[in-house]
Design a binder for this molecule. Structure first.
Ligand SMILES: [Zn+2]
Ligand SMILES: [Zn+2]
Length: 984
């Protein structure tokens, strides 16, 4: 993409030479119109003549060359119709005539324009073999210019050095030639020779070339010196000198100096305005370039924007994403009749595409009857950037059918390659590679690197390596393509392996290498290697690179080291939206919702505007906390910030209300959705499922089918979860059976896990076990652990022991699993085994997660840990629980000490039960709220039987609704009952 943009920009800076020809000694046949028109119209006139047979031409030639004027006209005619050979023969035939000199001059100009160095050399031979012309000033000047226009400035230098005497014209031609060929240092050196020469002073043609050279090497000090020289010699008032100074200061980023030159110019032309508009836009002053455009159009000079103006301003609109301004410029182009100009049309297409208005871009493109390769590259690049694989390849094929003149070039290939990210694109990628090989630009380093990366991203490591090893020389960029491609494809180990090979080959990594390595470590969750890279980053001062810093944040977050990420984040001076998002989402992913909310508040207070990604994470955090009030506030905020149109945000809102126990609210949001896609149906079905409303979830599911919506894998997770939570075993089995047979969705592990859990909870342990045997995939720890809980609940000790073994084999490092196993033994009062399991846990250095509960009151979230007596309100909470316990004991509460799985005295067990975190949270909630307010508590583990009993009775004695969300489901306690029907 950037390649063709920069080529457009180059063209957009008008070069004074086009308007400023010092060689006005000849009666050159040309009009004052821009050359593009000129060539076109003249070609039309002379085409007829050149298509006549050669015998007639010879005949005509003899008669036409009788006079000087006719001779010149014919030479010019051949030149304009690209018949340089004919023109040369005509010259040869007339070489004895004195007026042949003018003809040679015209032909040399044409050779330069058409870059025909062969004919140019023949004319050169003619000149140097002639005693009359070999030292002719004018012809030698033309020779110098011809060679430099043909891209051969060293030949220009040869002509220059062979001259016995030189005047300013030859010096100027050489300086200009070097500048034209971007040999800026040479241009400046020859300029120094010029000013040292006697009797020769630079003029208003020399200085613009030299000033341009200063801009080319971005040497503003030298620029100042030339500026001073111009002021001293009085050339500063010349409009071409002024224009060159404006462009030079703009290129060097010295905007103030640029403006100063512009302001004091005694005379300005269109190029002056174009140059300053371009200078402003290049330096990021988009608004200023718009203002200047307006000022120019409303000015006294009566200037009208030309193609150069429009192609300067349109990329500014594109860069700013300001499609409104872009449309105005488009309107202007139509008014000026410039919208059909090829460069303008291409730039318009590019502007609309970059502003996200692909349909407009496409219409403009298709209306263009004069497409060139840039037009095709622009539209292909647009669809590639939008991620539309189908259209990108479709357009590429269409371009190929346009014939010889419209063949895909390096830029096209690079534009298409960026979209090849998936295995499904591998075939197209190979075809494109074949094309590249046939057309011989596989040796282009950028193209080769892009193929390496594309093959790696599409999962073809072998092809990537083949291209890589076929490269003539491998730079850091080539290694980056290989390493980055594999890291992005998720093949992290390969990426790390290539990095070691790269180091071995003696190359040092750069920012891009480091970024890819950090990505690989993030995927691998390899904190060890990640820290080594972090060390490298610090040693090499790369931590200032914002991309690397964000990669580091992401690494620490994925490795569950939120505090380390936070230290890095706090030290960042300029925090971008991406870095805020990385932190906010990271906290949410690490189940640290408090962190998400704190950072979100800080982000808002710092005036950083959140985006859809941010708000999604915040809704996620509210869901994790069941923090309804915060969730509502966030919802309001999102509405005000117009972030709720995004379907993902809408789904997060549905999910948030559902997880706060407000399924009615979820339903309202769902009803209001205009386009209910699969994701939104899934969100609402899962919402009903986790709230235990099995029947409602089934009804929704049937509605979805009736509307012709296709359920996907996630829909079935929802519906099976719903049946599981509501104990609807028969329905659950029915949907599980239909899943593949009627809907063609292959059951995956998570579906089996749901059904196994459902059967286990219903006590159908043998069926559950049988299903585990039938699973096409190896069951994971989740399946075994849910089965183990069921075994314990139903006292199936033998089966439980078998399951325990499987579970600890699969996941020996997880404390939770040991707790489950020890619970099984404790349930059967096998205390020796309990001790053994706990001992094993200790030896592995594992600790049981403490029970934790949250409650949100007045927008603040309070956290309680089981057994914590150190809170400021601990005394009040204990007293509150004492009062509650007394009241519920009167209506039948008895501490269920079996829920305590330690071997302890009865009284100690009761004391442990009193310290359960959900009891602390409920007591605190009742202390801090008034009658009628629903309490919403959230717990990290499953609620125990004792707390469940107590909560039911409390809801009755205090006449409050209490909602507890544990790590599996919801319990709505009301009037002595729970919505789960004691099935959890
Ligand atoms: Zn409990
Ligand atoms: Zn319950």
């Amino acid at each position: 993409m950037s390649v063709y943009v920069s080529s457009l920009c180059l063209l957009s800076v008008p070069y004074p030479l086009l308007h400023h020809d010092p060689l006005h000694q000849f009666p050159v046949i040309r009009s004052n119109k821009p050359r593009l028109h000129n060539t076109y119209s003249l070609r039309l006139i002379f085409n007829a003549k050149s298509s006549v047979s050669s015998s007639t031409i010879t005949h005509q030639r003899q008669s036409l060359s009788q006079t000087y004027e006719l001779f010149l006209r014919e030479i010019a005619g051949f030149c304009e119709s690209n018949n340089l050979n004919e023109a040369f023969y005509l010259l040869q035939e007339n070489s004895h005539n004195a007026y042949v000199k003018e003809g040679m001059g015209i032909l040399l100009q044409a050779c330069g324009r058409q870059k025909d160095i062969e004919i140019g050399k023949k004319v050169h031979d003619m000149v140097s073999s002639s005693t009359h012309f070999s030292n002719d000033f004018v012809l030698n000047t033309r020779l110098i210019t011809m060679y430099s226009m043909c891209g051969s400035p060293w030949d220009s230098r040869r002509v220059f050095d062979n001259l016995k005497t030189k005047n300013l014209f030859q010096w100027n031609a050489l300086v200009s030639g070097y500048t034209r060929n971007e040999l800026y240092i040479h241009a400046l050196n020859i300029f120094v020779e010029l000013v040292s020469a006697k009797d020769i002073k630079p003029d208003n043609f020399t200085l613009p070339c030299v000033i341009k050279a200063c801009g080319g090497i971005a040497d503003v000090d030298l620029g100042y010196a030339i500026h001073g020289m111009a002021a001293k010699s009085g050339l500063i008032g010349d409009v071409f000198v002024g224009n060159a100074l404006i462009a030079m200061y703009g290129k060097c980023g010295f905007v103030e100096d640029m403006v100063k030159v512009f302001e004091v110019m005694p005379e300005r032309n269109l190029v002056s305005w174009n140059s300053i508009i371009s200078g402003f836009s290049e330096n990021g002053f988009s608004l200023e370039s718009f203002y200047l455009l307006m000022e120019m159009m409303g000015g006294e000079e009566g200037l009208v924007p030309d193609v150069a103006t429009l192609v300067t301003v349109l990329p500014v609109c594109a860069g700013e994403g300001d499609v409104e301004m872009g449309r105005s410029v488009h309107g202007l182009a139509v008014k000026l009749g410039l919208n059909q100009e090829l460069m303008v049309n291409n730039t318009l297409v590019d502007m609309y595409a970059k502003c996200g208005c692909l349909p407009e871009a496409q219409i403009l493109f298709s209306k263009n009857n004069n497409k060139n390769v840039v037009s095709w590259n622009t539209i292909i690049g647009a669809f590639s950037m939008a991620g539309d694989v189908y259209q990108t390849f479709y357009l590429l094929r269409k371009m190929q059918m346009e014939g010889e003149g419209m063949k895909a070039n390096e830029v096209t290939v690079l534009n298409v390659l960026t979209i090849c990210l998936e295995k499904s694109e591998l075939q197209s990628l190979k075809e494109l590679h074949g094309y590249t090989l046939r057309h011989g630009f596989q040796n282009d380093e950028l193209v080769a690197n892009a193929f390496v990366a594309a093959y790696a991203k599409c999962g073809s490591a072998t092809s990537a390596e083949n291209v890589f090893h076929g490269m003539e020389s491998r730079t850091v960029s080539s290694w980056n393509a290989l390493i980055g491609g594999h890291a992005q494809n998720g093949d992290s180990l390969k990426a790390l392996d290539y990095f070691l090979q790269m180091k071995f080959s003696g190359l040092e990594p750069d920012c891009f290498t480091i970024g890819s390595l950090l990505l690989a470590c993030t995927h691998l969750k390899s904190l060890h290697f990640g820290k080594e890279i972090h060390g490298f980053v610090l040693r090499n001062g790369l931590e200032r690179d914002s991309f690397i810093r964000i990669s580091l944040l992401s690494l620490y977050m994925h490795c569950e080291k939120a505090p380390s990420a936070r230290v890095l984040f706090d030290a960042m001076e300029d925090k971008s939206l991406i870095s805020w998002n990385t932190m906010i989402a990271g906290y949410s992913r690490n189940k640290l919702p408090d962190g998400t909310l704190i950072l979100f508040r800080r982000m808002i207070s710092k005036g950083v505007q959140p985006c859809e990604i941010t708000i999604n994470s915040v809704f996620g955090a509210c869901s994790q906390l069941s923090a309804l009030r915060l969730g509502k506030e966030t919802h309001c905020y999102a509405l005000k910030a117009s972030l709720t149109d995004d379907i993902f945000v809408a789904c997060s809102i549905i999910d948030m209300y559902a997880k706060c126990g407000c399924i009615e609210q979820s339903q309202k949001i769902f009803n209001r959705l205009k386009d209910k896609d699969a994701a939104s149906w899934n969100a609402i079905i899962v919402g009903y499922a986790i709230n235990g409303y099995g029947k409602e979830a089934i009804e929704l599911f049937e509605n979805m089918l009736a509307l012709g919506r296709k359920p996907d894998s996630f829909t079935f997770v929802g519906i099976l979860m719903a049946c599981n939570h509501a104990g609807l075993v028969e329905d659950g089995l029915k949907y599980f059976g239909r899943m593949q047979n009627s809907h063609g969705v292959k059951p995956k592990l998570e579906h089996y896990a749901c059904v196994v859990d459902m059967l286990g909870r219903a006590g159908q342990l043998h069926d559950a076990f049988k299903l585990v045997d039938e699973m096409p995939e190896e069951p994971d720890a989740g399946v075994w652990s849910s089965l183990l809980s069921s075994c314990r609940n139903y006292g199936a000790f033998d089966m439980g022991e078998k399951v325990s073994k499987k579970l600890l084999e699969l996941e020996p490092d997880k404390a939770e699993n040991y707790v489950l196993v020890s619970n099984l033994y404790a349930g059967s009062e096998k205390w020796d085994d309990v001790r053994k399991v706990r001992q094993g846990m200790k030896e592995n250095g594992l600790q049981k997660d403490a029970g934790r509960s949250w409650i949100e009151l007045g927008g603040n979230v309070y956290t309680f840990v089981a057994g914590d007596n150190m809170l400021p309100e601990s005394k009040e909470i204990r007293e509150m629980w004492g009062r509650l316990e007394k009241k519920i004991s009167k209506i039948g509460y008895k501490p269920y000490t079996e829920a305590v799985l330690h071997e302890l005295e009865e009284e100690e067990k009761i004391n442990i039960l009193r310290g359960h975190s959900e009891k602390l949270a409920i007591s605190f909630g009742l202390l801090k709220t008034t009658k009628g307010i629903t309490l919403r508590v959230c717990k990290n583990l499953r609620i125990c039987v004792d707390c469940h009993n107590a909560a039911k009775l409390i809801s009755k004695v205090v006449e409050r609704e209490i909602i507890v969300r544990d790590n599996k489901r919801f319990h709505h306690f009301r009037d002595g009952f729970c919505s789960c029907g004691d099935y959890w």
